[in-house]
Design a protein around this ligand. Structure first.
Ligand code: SF4
Length: 402
């Protein structure tokens, strides 16, 4: 399958299994971990996918799809880890190479159509039809091959609109642009799929946790240099400038009706996970699984929460001093105002609410910006921006990572 999220693949999954969870239950009895890993482990040795992964026997198509979905199932246990970045990179390259070889985006997840009629004059200019010295290869590169409904195009495109020919509500695309859009759509769907599966990971067979451990080893090997330079994607100082708009709003302080939700629910969970445990190893993680003492909470996290509470109108903790206990409760220490590390686990350490919950409970907090597109949880927003920013800082001359 050239695109595991494409219409063809989705129809196959629906026909054979009904839904993705049923597919994930079947996979462990159909392929080994090694078979799943072979879809991505080539990245350790080569920049380009090997020939045998580009030419899949039609009889092996289902198995090929198993390999990809097995990896997604494994990443449900590490949605923000290096493993996820590694698999995203490897599979984007692999499926792009398959699409390039096929020379067509038919059946892929990108909703495009043939370009139809374009006024002759426009086509002559855009495709430089009068320039007889143009080599055939260049002519082919300039050809407008597809069009895409503008609303869908704008959902994906982050470049300048001057680079694109737009007419009658459609963006017209050259092959390279269409491929770039496919990559963006693929990566976005990939992240969304991992995030959705992470919500149900407790229902997945043990096979996937084992596979995640193997992926972690491979990803560590692949990103060895970066790890040495930057340290793991783990506890590190917060970068407030990369916070999502809803968290920035909460930090400014909010009116009385929204105070408990903004400060106690959103800010407490967001700051604590982002700072202490951005990539929780399991759902019921406790603070003491991530740090050895409470210094970071007391010196870095609580002061920010209290300051935001003081900016509320009226100030939250002056009005409701017992709310401090509630903060500790949401951090997983039970209802207390003087906890020890051993108390962590006395209550649940609340994970940051998903965007739909924030919009339902405190709609004024959600003021989405361009990075919010396709985001389901504010922590994902922050970690994605953090990873991109670190990549940019590590390699300022490098490719635009989107
Ligand atoms: S879309 Fe999500 S991350 Fe963005 S502002 Fe709204 S709630 Fe926050």
């Amino acid at each position: 399958m050239p695109d595991p999220f494409g219409r063809d693949a989705q129809e196959l999954i629906k026909r054979e299994f009904g839904d993705v969870l049923t597919l994930l239950e079947r996979i462990p009895s159909s392929i080994s971990s090694e078979e799943a890993l072979s879809l991505v482990s080539w990245m350790l040795k080569s920049k380009e996918p090997p020939e045998k992964l580009l030419n899949v026997d039609p009889l092996e198509e289902l198995k090929d799809l198993f390999r990809f979905y097995a990896l997604l199932g494994a990443l449900a246990f590490s949605p923000y880890g290096l493993e996820t970045e590694f698999v995203r990179q490897a599979t984007t390259k692999l499926y792009r190479a398959r699409i390039e070889r096929k020379g067509s985006l038919d059946g892929s997840l990108l909703r495009i159509e043939p370009p139809g009629e374009i006024p002759d004059r426009d086509r002559r200019i855009l495709e430089r039809a009068m320039d007889r010295s143009l080599p055939e290869e260049e002519r082919e590169r300039l050809r407008l091959k597809h069009r895409m409904h503008l609303s869908e195009f704008l959902e994906l495109w982050d470049g300048s609109l001057k680079e694109v020919y737009i007419r009658d509500g459609y963006a017209y695309l050259r092959w390279e642009t269409a491929l770039k859009l496919w990559e963006m759509a693929f990566e976005r769907r990939f992240d969304r799929a991992v995030s959705i599966l992470s919500d149900v990971r407790d229902e997945l067979p043990d096979f996937y946790e084992g596979l995640r451990d193997r992926l972690e080893e491979i990803a560590n090997d692949f990103f060895k240099e970066r790890l040495e330079k930057l340290g793991r994607v783990g506890a590190k100082p917060l970068r407030f400038e990369l916070f999502p708009p809803c968290v920035k709003e909460a930090l400014k302080g909010v009116p009385s009706g929204m105070r408990n939700y903004a400060i106690t629910v959103l800010l407490t969970s967001f700051l604590s996970y982002a700072r202490l445990c951005p990539n929780p190893p399991r759902r019921d993680v406790r603070v003491r699984d991530c740090v050895n003492d409470l210094t970071i909470i007391k010196e870095e996290i609580l002061p920010v929460i209290i300051e935001a509470g003081n900016r509320c109108r009226p100030p939250l903790f002056e009005d409701q001093p017992h709310e401090i206990k509630n903060i500790w409760y949401h951090l997983g220490f039970g209802l207390t105002d003087n906890p020890t590390l051993e108390d962590s686990g006395n209550s649940t350490w609340y994970f940051p609410p998903n965007c739909d919950k924030i919009r339902a409970n405190a709609p004024q907090l959600c003021k989405p910006d361009k990075y919010c597109r396709g985001i389901k949880n504010p922590l994902t927003y922050y970690l994605r921006r953090l990873t991109r920013e670190e990549r940019r800082e590590e390699n300022p001359e490098g490719e635009n990572s989107g």
